[in-house]
Design a protein around this ligand. Structure first.
Ligand SMILES: Nc1nc2c(ncn2[C@@H]2O[C@H](COP(=O)(O)OP(=O)(O)OP(=O)(O)O)[C@@H](O)[C@H]2O)c(=O)[nH]1
Ligand SMILES: [Mg+2]
Length: 243
C-alpha cells in the first residue's frame, strides 16, 4: 500500500445483486486501506447479500454500510443512488467497483494514488500493464468492440470506457450534472465518463488485472447490450443541449 493510498479518505460504492459468497473477501480486501469505507448498494438480493452486508456494518461501524434499494432494480440505478449518497459524505474520493471480485481490492491503492493528479481515474484493462484473466474470446471481442465503438461515436480519448472500476475526486464529481444521467445498465459507465469529460475534468487511467468471476452468476442481459449500443448516439445527440 502506498502512502498516498493510506492518506486519501475514500468511499467505495459496490453495487451488489447475489454476491453473498464474494462479499466477505471483498470487504476484507477493502478494509485493509485505513481511510476507506464501503457502501454496498444492494437490490434486495434473494441470496441475502444485503443482510450479510448489514452484519459487516455492525462489526465495522462507520466503515461498512448498506444502502437497501427497493425501487426498480438495476446496475446503473444502484450506482447512481450510491453516487448521490457518497457525494454528501465527508470524503475526498468516491470510488466504484464490482462486487464479484473481478476488480481486485489490491489495485485500489494505485487508483487512489492516481487521483492525486486527476479528477477521475479509471482502472483500465486496455493500457499497458492492464490484463484480463479467464475471459472467453467472445467476451473479449465484445468488450473490445464496445470500446472502439464508444470511442468512435463519442470521440472520447480513453482506452477503457466500460470499466466499472473507477474513482472521482468528490469535488470534481459535484460538477458533473447527475440529473442528466439516464442510463441504467452498463452504459451508465459510458454516460458518466462522457459527462465527466464534458466538464473538462482530468481523466487518467491506471492498469488493472480484471479476473472473470469465479462465484455467482453474471447479470449481463440482451437489454443491457442494446442500451449500450444506443447510449453513445444519445449522448452525441444531446451534446449541444447541456453537458
Ligand atoms: N444493486 C445491483 N447490483 C447489480 C445489478 N446487476 C449487477 N449488479 C452488480 O454489479 C456488478 C457487476 O455485475 P456482473 O454481473 O458481475 O456483470 P459483469 O461483470 O458484466 O458480468 P460477469 O463478467 O459475468 O461477472 C456486480 O457486483 C453485480 O452484483 C443490479 O441490478 N443491482
Ligand atoms: Mg462481473
Amino acid at each position: 500500500m502506498t502512502d498516498a493510498a493510506r492518506q486519501a479518505s475514500a468511499i467505495v460504492i459496490v453495487p451488489t445483486y447475489n454476491e453473498r459468497e464474494n462479499l466477505p473477501i471483498l470487504i476484507e480486501g477493502l478494509l485493509r486501506y485505513d481511510h476507506v469505507r464501503v457502501l454496498i448498494v444492494d437490490d434486495q438480493s434473494p441470496d441475502g447479500t444485503g443482510q450479510l452486508g448489514d452484519e459487516f456494518g455492525t462489526r465495522f461501524p462507520g466503515r461498512v454500510r448498506v444502502l437497501h434499494r427497493t425501487s426498480a432494480r438495476g446496475y446503473g440505478r444502484s450506482c447512481m443512488d450510491g453516487v448521490r449518497h457518497a457525494i454528501g459524505e465527508d470524503v475526498e474520493l468516491v470510488c466504484l467497483m464490482d462486487g464479484d471480485l473481478s476488480h481486485d481490492p489490491g489495485d485500489l491503492g494505485a487508483i487512489l494514488a492516481a487521483a492525486r493528479d486527476a479528477d477521475m481515474v479509471i482502472g483500465s484493462r486496455y493500457i499497458p500493464g492492464g490484463r484480463i484473466v479467464n475471459w472467453p474470446i467472445r467476451r473479449t471481442l465484445l468488450s473490445r468492440f464496445a470500446n472502439v465503438y464508444i470511442r468512435l461515436v463519442t470521440r472520447l480519448n480513453v482506452r477503457d470506457c466500460t470499466s466499472g472500476y473507477r474513482c472521482w475526486r468528490r469535488d470534481a464529481l459535484r460538477k458533473v450534472p447527475l440529473d442528466n444521467i439516464r442510463s441504467d445498465g452498463y452504459s451508465f459507465l459510458t454516460e458518466m465518463l462522457v459527462r465527466t469529460a464534458r466538464c473538462r475534468l482530468r481523466i487518467a487511467e491506471v492498469p488493472i488485472t480484471f479476473v472473470e468471476r469465479r462465484l455467482g452468476e453474471s447479470k449481463l442481459s440482451a437489454g443491457v447490450l442494446i442500451e449500450s449500443l444506443i447510449t453513445p448516439w444519445r449522448l452525441v445527440a444531446t451534446r449541444n443541449g447541456g453537458r
